[in-house]
Design a protein around this ligand. Structure first.
Ligand code: AMP
Length: 214
């Protein structure tokens, strides 16, 4: 098997939960990812390399074939659109919810809403599907601040415990989508590198199933 296989991993909280699953599927980085400033790593498997990049860049790498396989949150995939990607495995890690949220006790407006979010595509689709006219404002962080500063009426954001919202006088409202981490595969690579990708998918599926049974 001469063809190399590139896996694109999301930096941050997903990485810590991804590495044990990859290890169970037989792939371990050749060096400590956290201790290095490198971005491209060899692994114990000849011809299998890892790139560690921003979660929002993972679908782009896989879609354009710069990476064959990617690991990213469903939130990122929904926002990106993820055309040209197969999504064969729900890794069932980093679970959370993509939700709308507003100021506690304030009746959600049904007329023209201002919505602050980094998930602008998801938000536009969601409010349009609800028949609500929304002006969607792109922010890169601290969404919870937007209603307090009169920048927006609602936000669309990731909610886990809801503590961040409550600490800022906000409440979760509508569920847009349950989120977990997914393994995605470039469609051409799925065919061209099937003999390399198949055992990886089997190993990851088995690791997820063991977790579920534990
Ligand atoms: P919480 O206060 O527990 O509701 O956590 C909410 C914040 O944590 C959000 O603003 C997110 O930025 C972050 N967060 C929680 N879970 C995840 C996840 N699975 N993936 C990405 N970000 C998350």
């Amino acid at each position: 098997m001469s063809k190399q296989l590139i896996l694109a991993l999301s930096k941050g909280r997903i990485l810590d939960e991804t590495l044990p699953l990859l290890a169970e599927a037989g792939i371990t980085p050749a060096e400590d990812l956290r201790a290095s400033r490198k971005l491209l790593f060899d692994t114990n498997m000849p011809g299998v390399k890892l790139v560690v990049i921003r979660a929002t860049d993972v679908p782009t790498y896989v879609q354009l074939g710069a990476a064959d396989v990617g690991i990213a949150g469903k939130d990122v995939l929904l926002e990106h659109g993820a055309e040209g990607l197969y999504e064969p495995i729900d890794l069932e890690i980093a679970r959370c919810r993509l939700m709308t949220a507003g100021v506690q006790g304030v009746e959600p407006a049904r007329a023209r809403l201002r919505v602050a979010t980094k998930f602008v595509n998801v938000a536009r689709r969601y409010y349009a599907a609800q028949g609500i006219q929304a002006e969607v404002i792109k922010l890169y962080g601290a969404m919870e601040l937007a209603p307090m500063m009169n920048l927006a009426d609602e936000i669309v954001d990731i909610v886990d415990t809801g503590n961040t919202l409550r600490a800022n006088g906000m409440e979760p409202r509508e569920l847009i989508a349950p989120i977990s981490t997914r393994l995605v595969v470039n469609q051409a690579a799925m065919t061209m590198k099937h003999e390399r990708i198949k055992p990886l998918l089997e190993g990851m599926r088995a690791a997820v199933a063991r977790r579920r049974a534990a």
